[in-house]
Design a protein around this ligand. Structure first.
Ligand code: FAD
Length: 415
């Protein structure tokens, strides 16, 4: 018997049978000759796009083509922070759509994404910084985003181990609905959900070129053969420009390595996410007990996935500056991902100069939190050929028209 649905009764039954009858979470199909929609990139955004194409728009003849393994790009390498406290109304609408979808995602996908809304605080280290934060908080509240300013005493009370000596703490901006979710589970949950609706998820399948007729793509060339397509969604993050160059246009994106690391596991000591702009480091504690921490981009654009050593040192130094007692911990792992950064630190969603090709990219250091929203919106574009009102401001044309949505201050540090 194969059991697809995860619930207490099935867990109990499987326990009695030695867990032998679970069906694979998704199939491993051979590519078909053609699909109505082909999504390039099996990260969170690609998988979410496929899921919502099938679920919201009834388009099920869909393939997700991934050159490696699912979530092996940035989706499986990030520090799992979700939040929606962005400054501009356009961004607030976009990231809060994603956060609201995250809030119902475990139930929707029947897969526990381990969303933990433990709040996130960004420290202010001087009076002017606190004043700027109050301005941001006002803007966010006007945009309908829950956020507050904490006093120094409230910060110290919430995070007693925080003992910064060289930097004063004046307060913090906090979003209580922010938090963390398990990154692998988000990829696996969307993959399982999309597969259940008929989507083919094809791994080890790199897209190497496109066949075109007029101003349309008719097929994608891959390491597993040529696959015909009706519409194409490009969700390849740091490698997006390598794909669009094959279609004859470049995106205003630079690819950088972004690093993170985890410590050995310890007992619970930190029940929120905390970031210090002064030292550039942010940290949370995972469900397993490891501290998960990172900082800003590496020093220069590259396709590397290891990271510059000076940045590694800066991250650790920042952590120890915030929490001197963490100096006694061992670092378990360090890694890097390849993120795609736009000049205004906002994503690019929607149509391209090629008629049936749409984009979802440019998420830079902060696209994990956006996965359900990005997928929802790209699915809308692919299904209708036009924008959802929330994605319209993030169109590629904004760079030519001078309509930048500058979120540099919100996305300058990786989170
Ligand atoms: C260290 C680090 C920490 C981060 N922390 C956070 C955080 O805390 N919160 C947050 O919101 N965001 C964070 N991010 C950013 C976030 O991880 C990304 O913005 C997000 O995962 C992007 O998802 P994606 O699906 O667009 O890209 P990816 O997950 O990178 O997926 C793109 C996929 O495309 C595939 N691909 C590329 N080229 C091809 C091709 N030619 N053919 C087929 N497949 C191809 C790749 O193999 C990859 O799997 C962090 C990133 C890193 C690296």
């Amino acid at each position: 018997m194969s059991v697809r649905r995860y619930n207490a009764l099935n867990l109990f039954r499987q326990g009695r049978r030695g867990q032998r009858d679970w069906a694979p979470a998704w199939r491993l199909p051979e590519p078909k000759p053609a699909y109505d929609a082909v999504i390039v990139g099996g990260g969170g955004h690609g998988l979410a796009t496929a899921y919502y194409l099938a679920k919201n728009h009834g388009i099920r003849n869909v393939a997700v083509l991934e050159k490696g393994w699912l979530g092996g790009g940035n989706t499986g390498r990030n520090t799992t922070i979700v939040r929606s406290n962005y400054f501009w109304p356009e961004s607030a609408a976009l990231y809060d759509l994603a956060l609201r979808l995250y809030e119902g995602l475990s139930e929707d996908l029947n897969f526990n994404i381990m969303l933990s809304q433990r709040g996130m605080m960004i420290l202010a280290h001087s009076e002017p910084e606190l004043d700027m934060m109050k301005r941001s908080a006002n803007a966010m509240q006007l945009n309908g985003i829950d956020c507050d300013i904490l006093t120094e005493a409230e910060v110290r009370n919430r995070v007693p181990l925080l003992q910064m000596e060289r930097y004063e703490i004046w307060g913090a901006l906090v979003q209580h609905r922010a938090g963390v979710a398990r990154h692998d589970a988000v990829a696996w949950g969307f993959a399982r959900g999309a597969d259940r609706l008929g989507v083919d998820i094809i791994q080890n399948c790199e897209v190497t070129g496109f066949q075109t007729h007029g101003n349309r793509v008719t097929a994608v060339e891959t390491t597993r053969g040529t696959i015909g397509c009706g519409v194409v969604g490009l969700t390849a993050a740091g490698h997006q420009n390598l794909l669009t160059q094959k279609l004859g246009f470049r995106l205003p994106l630079l690819s950088y390595c972004l690093q993170a690391m985890v410590s050995e596991a310890i007992k619970p000591v930190l029940d929120t996410v905390i970031l210090s702009p002064a030292v550039g480091t942010y940290v949370s504690q995972s469900a397993k007990g490891s501290l998960v921490f990172g900082a800003g981009l590496d020093l220069y654009p590259s396709y590397a996935q290891r990271g510059n050593f000076p940045t590694t040192q800066k991250i650790v130094a920042g952590l120890v500056e915030m929490f001197p007692s963490f100096a006694r911990l061992k670092v378990l792992r360090q890694w890097g991902g390849n993120v795609d950064v736009a000049p205004d630190s906002s994503p690019i969603i929607g149509p391209t100069p090629v008629e049936n090709v749409h984009l979802d990219c440019g998420w830079g250091t902060g696209g994990f939190k956006a996965i359900p929203g990005g997928g929802w919106l790209l699915a809308h574009c692919l299904a209708t050929g036009g924008h959802h009102p929330i994605s319209a401001p993030f169109d590629l044309k904004r760079f030519a028209e001078g309509r930048l949505i500058d979120e540099g201050a919100a996305a300058g540090i990786a989170h």
